[in-house]
Design a protein around this ligand. Sequence first.
Ligand code: BJW
Ligand code: ZN
Length: 249
Amino acid sequence: MVNSSTARPEWDVVRELIRGRGPLTVLTGAGASAESGVPTFRGAGGLWRERDVMSLATPEAFREDPRLVWEFYQYRRREVATCAPNDGHLALARHQSRHADTWIITQNVDGLNRAAGSTERLIEMHGSLWWTRCTSCGLRVYNDDLGFDTPPRCSACCGMVRPDIVWFGEGFHEGVIESIVALLARGGTMLIVGTSGAVYPAAGFAAAARAQGAVTVEINLEASFIADDMDYVLRAPSGEVLPYLLTEP
Ligand code: BJW
Ligand code: ZN
């Protein structure tokens, strides 16, 4: 068990960096929700009914068997519905409420940043488990009904409804990439939290920000694929590191 009150010179350096360096941009991945009980993708939790969850997160899988993919997402929604934001999510939300230039870019679809209070300056770049989209007319609808196991029909055109999630090979919501590109050009500090750096374009954000003057910090239990793009590396759980870094004296 890591004790965050123990002296940790590197944590203190990064804490001072955040205090003194202007804008803060935070990129999070599945590890940022791990302490809330949400399974990560490339860890032991990456299987559902013995299938690699990554093979279900594709447009091809949905075309082939919409019911199976919907069931998988309904399972995920039920699982996340039992989870609460952890100290890392809460520290980020608190920091944002005091610092208008702090932005969160999350790859997570669980909605836990929003639940922690980060309702603004949050980009859920891979979509959300709590929204659906019509495959015919594109209508997006908030939907937290955990009750049904087949894809619902669109209220506007009767088309088949899918999770409003960015699957492999798919593009992003309008304006998302443009907003991120602008954030990465701001300089300041960038925290890269709980992501393995295996999925693009998110895996390229740290290098892009660093090339434009940002100082990059990885917060991860293990070395990610993009650890070489980091100026600092803090190997500890985000639920402990983030409150330490972001607590005001
Ligand atoms: C802890 C911790 C604790 C644990 N504390 N840490 C360039 C090169 C090669 C390929 C491509 C490329 N560009 C695009 C591609 C193709 C593809 C891609 O990247 N493929 C790769 C497999 C190579 N990308 C795409 O298709 C993307 N679309 C696209 O590029 O469109 C074109 C386009 C580009 C640019 C502009 C416009 C258009 C879409 C990618 C969509 C990914 N979607 C998923 C599924 C979501 C659905 C769902 O949730 O069901 O998103 S994939 C999955 O991976 C999910 C995640 O958000 C994403 C990232 O995973 P993440 O978060 O890193 O999780 P893990 O499990 O891998 O890692 C957890 C980490 O936490 C570990 O490191 C642990 O150590 C750590 N950890 N506990 C701190 N307590
Ligand atoms: Zn429709």
